[in-house]
Design a protein around this ligand. Structure first.
Ligand code: PLP
Length: 425
């Protein structure tokens, strides 16, 4: 099946006379006939037993997303943050480290650099535009994986996934890619060598701002028996001696994430959230195409307007990442544009407050156009040094183009330019 068909049909097939729409299984628990059947599930979870770590509605969405990304299995989480967290915790313990691109979402920077540090896990940042030698020089004997974003929020840098995957692999490590902005419709990181893909499904996948969620997808391609990951190939005494690689084969990563981490942390989505997420995914292909088209028109308008020092949108020929986008995002570069307005913070705020249709909100990648000033919102926890490393300027505006008629979006922007003109230099 092609993506548009998978978005509608993967994960759930009605039984004869069954509901045509994937039902919400609103139950925390599942009933069995015998004590033995329940007991056996504690040796090997072959059925749903408790909705802290699996549920039929969420399971259907997990199967759909795994198919879209070209993976063998997926596990939904209650937020994108939880997906980032569990993807790292599945590989790193206290006393170990991992490599992470500097240009990623600010919330992820904080989680990795501040919170994980408190638990003894070190995040070593690398500039994804630096050479292989420079990046490899950062790897330590205890480094367990590499993490980056396909299309970084908010800098919109495009990661050279194939190069970084090769680098990780020749050092015996998996590459984890946060593919939130492109979604599998515009980029499939696994096809370029990524081993694990994560998402904040809160963004385009849902698309309608209805649920906060995340997902982890396992490519099934990484060799966990290379000597670096004993937790995958020796008995897990916390799960009655399960050996993930032996018992789950290619799906070892997701099995371990679910049976150890989801069991213990319990950050699993509610069935109703998964139902809403599924509705969003059903229209993902046509939405991603239209976001990309609208954003291209708006980005060109911004570029020609003269109001901005920089207009970052990898679909623009002038963009630093245009060539990488031609390889990784050839069907479109999604709806988010990063702008640095001339005149800094004051003019940025005048522009944002001058918009009437576009909403000023803590959100991005939505069906409605929205804007955010990262330096005073999502990235306010970063030090100036970290802000610069993440490419955040005080005049930076993240403009997320929605699916309104593009002419209405352009009219709104013209009105905001008038508000900028009214501010004294
Ligand atoms: N990854 C990216 C690229 C994001 O943009 C975000 C949130 O904006 C997250 C992860 C975290 O996701 P959530 O807000 O669903 O926890």
């Amino acid at each position: 099946m092609k993506d548009a068909t998978k978005c509608l049909h993967s994960g759930y097939t009605p039984e004869n006379g069954g509901p045509g729409v994937m039902p919400i299984v609103q139950s925390t628990t599942y009933a069995f006939n015998t004590t033995k059947e329940v007991g056996d599930l504690f040796d090997m979870p072959t059925a749903h037993m408790y909705s802290r770590f699996s549920n039929p509605t969420t399971d259907a969405v997990e199967k759909k997303i795994a198919e879209l990304e070209g993976g063998v299995a997926a596990m939904c989480t209650s937020s994108g943050q939880a997906a980032s967290l569990l993807s790292i915790l599945n590989l790193c313990s206290a006393g170990e480290s991992f490599l992470c691109s500097t240009v990623i979402y600010g919330g992820t920077v904080n989680l990795f650099a501040v919170t994980l540090k408190r638990f003894g896990i070190e995040c070593i940042f690398f500039d994804p535009d630096s050479s292989d030698e420079e990046i490899e020089a950062l790897i330590k004997p205890n480094t367990r994986c590499v993490f980056g974003e396909t299309l970084a929020n908010p800098k919109l840098a495009v990661m050279d996934i194939e190069r970084i995957a090769n680098l990780a692999h020749r050092n015996g490590m998996p590459l984890i890619i946060d593919n939130t902005f492109p979604t599998p419709i515009l980029c499939k990181p696994i096809s370029f060598g990524a081993d694990v893909v994560i998402h904040s499904t809160t963004k385009y996948m849902d698309g309608h701002a209805l649920q906060v969620g995340g997902v982890i997808v396992d490519s099934g391609n990484f060799n966990w028996e290379n000597g670096k990951y004993p937790d995958f190939c020796t008995p897990d005494e916390s799960y009655h001696g399960v050996v993930y690689t032996r018992d789950f084969g290619k799906a070892a990563f997701i099995a371990k994430a679910r049976m150890q981490l989801m069991r213990d942390f319990g950050c699993y989505p509610a069935a109703h959230s998964s139902f809403l997420l599924n509705i969003g995914i059903e229209t993902l292909p046509i939405r991603m195409k239209q976001y990309s088209e609208n954003a291209m028109t708006v980005a060109k308008f911004f570029e020609e307007s003269g109001y901005f020092e920089t207009v970052s949108y990898p679909g623009l020929k002038s963009d630093k990442y245009y060539d990488l986008a031609q390889k990784y995002l050839k069907d479109g570069t999604a709806g988010v544009i990063s702008l640095t307005i001339k005149g800094g913070r004051k003019k940025a705020i005048a522009f944002m407050d001058g918009l009437k249709l576009a909403r000023n909100e803590v959100h991005v990648a939505d069906i409605r156009t929205c804007v955010l000033h990262p330096a005073s919102a999502t990235h306010r926890q970063l030090t100036d040094e970290q802000l610069v490393a993440a490419g955040i300027n005080p005049g930076l505006i993240r403009f997320s183009v929605g699916l309104e008629d593009v002419n209405d979006i352009l009219e709104d922007i013209k009105g905001a330019f008038a508000a900028v003109d009214a501010v004294e230099d």
